[in-house]
Design a binder for this molecule. Structure first.
Ligand SMILES: [Zn+2]
Length: 404
């Protein structure tokens, strides 16, 4: 049992983060068993009074197999995929390569305070399976998918429809745990046949499985989808094949008509907003106000490798900076990388907050020397995270912060 004397911010809603000053967080094994005022505590305690605690961060959209190509620049989505992403993902067919990159990636997640993530791998069973094996070995919490692409893909990467379906269904049956489980991962409509998407949609609906894909990121991509499928919109393609559901997470969703927003709302699909990536590739500005007004669920993803870092506080800052008119407040910045993502994953009863009974997935940040610890500390953490040193990253109560 640990009793940590500290200060904390608990995300409640986009408008509210509760500031908990001079408290004791009691942890027994994997769980938070009590959070109370220090004055009500008796007995021993550990001194973290110069720190602030947040829930562990959740990354709603990240490509493990692209971890090492961050920062290799191409100024548009489709050329970047062709020249940078595909040659790199091809390496993950080799299980040794896949093992090493998985291990590096998971350590880097913890170094940045991310304690749960929703992961794309590469179009090979070996890549996804190794990501699961290493996650199990290391105690990583995630949903992981084998990226699916059965058309318009380079030689050596294009899967047969049968390979894509059979292996993803088998992996889904092998990995059912919600803290380490499968997610069906068609890359995006331009590389997925209608039959593949329809089969995935039907299977996922029957089995209540999670699905992730990309939607309306870039104007050239949207034109391509129009040519390929001839539907009224990109979102309509996914709707018609049955990929939209309350367990579907759509990356980006930037260029959307009102009719498309209605499809997302009616299907209760969620969006993974990836602001760093959106401006790296000059894809466009996320229509945050329109999406929030519709009540469509959304959270934040790093989208590494188009995103340049796994640091979710950096992405929270980018969410603010990449809105030209709408100021995103610190309470919302914290909420979108914790509780909002937990709710989308159906895991808010376990992670994403600081409450008795939740898992002890916590980040302990050292506040810069001489700084006050007050309500405004959350704002400073969000806007200048590089000055707050991570002292511990707890996953189910165990410190996972690599020792270097
Ligand atoms: Zn992506």
């Amino acid at each position: 049992m640990r009793h940590i004397r500290t200060n904390a911010f608990n995300p409640v809603s986009p408008e509210q983060a509760d500031f908990l000053q001079d408290i004791i967080i009691s942890i027994d094994d994997e769980l938070i068993v009590a959070i109370k005022s220090f004055s009500a505590h008796q007995g021993a305690w550990e001194d973290y009074r110069d720190c602030i605690v947040t829930p562990g961060f959740i990354d709603l959209h990240v490509h493990l197999s692209q971890y090492r190509i961050r920062g290799i620049y191409y100024p548009a989505l489709l050329p970047w995929l062709e020249h940078t992403v595909f040659p790199e993902e091809a390496k993950s067919r080799n299980p040794d390569f896949a093992r090493h990159i998985s291990e590096d990636f998971y350590r880097a997640l913890w170094r940045n305070g991310t304690t749960y993530s929703v992961i794309y791998t590469a179009p090979y069973r070996e890549a996804a399976e190794m990501a699961f094996i290493m996650a199990q070995e290391m105690g990583v919490q995630a949903r992981i998918g084998m990226t699916l692409m059965d058309m318009n893909s380079p030689d050596g990467m294009q899967q047969s429809t049968d390979y894509a379906l059979r292996n993803s269904i088998e992996l889904n049956e092998l990995y059912q745990n919600q803290m380490l489980g499968y997610i069906f991962t068609p890359r995006f409509a331009p590389t997925c046949s209608e039959i593949l998407m329809r089969e995935i949609g039907t299977y996922a609906k029957r089995n209540r499985s999670f699905i992730q894909t990309h939607l309306s990121e870039n104007p050239d991509e949207i034109r391509w989808v129009k040519e390929l499928f001839g539907k009224s919109s990109y979102t309509q393609v996914y709707q018609d094949v049955g990929l939209l559901s309350p367990r579907t997470i759509l990356g980006h969703a930037i260029h959307l008509s009102d009719a498309e927003l209605a499809l997302l709302k009616d299907s209760a699909s969620a969006i993974a907003h990836c602001p760093d990536s959106n401006f790296y590739l000059k894809s466009g500005e996320y229509p945050l106000s329109r999406i929030a007004q519709q009540g469509i669920a959304f959270g934040l993803g790093s989208d590494v490798g188009a995103g340049t870092t796994l640091n979710m506080l950096y992405h929270a800052k980018q969410m603010n900076y990449r809105q030209s008119k709408h100021p995103v407040l610190p309470a919302e910045m914290l909420y979108r990388i914790t509780r909002a993502n937990a709710m989308i994953l159906g895991l808010d009863h376990r992670i994403g907050g600081l409450k008795e009974g939740l898992q002890a997935d916590l980040n302990i940040f050292q506040v810069p020397s001489g700084f006050d610890i007050e309500e405004h500390s959350l704002s400073q953490l969000c806007f200048m995270s590089e000055d707050f040193q991570l002292k511990e990253v707890l996953v189910k109560g165990k410190n996972k912060l690599p020792a270097y």
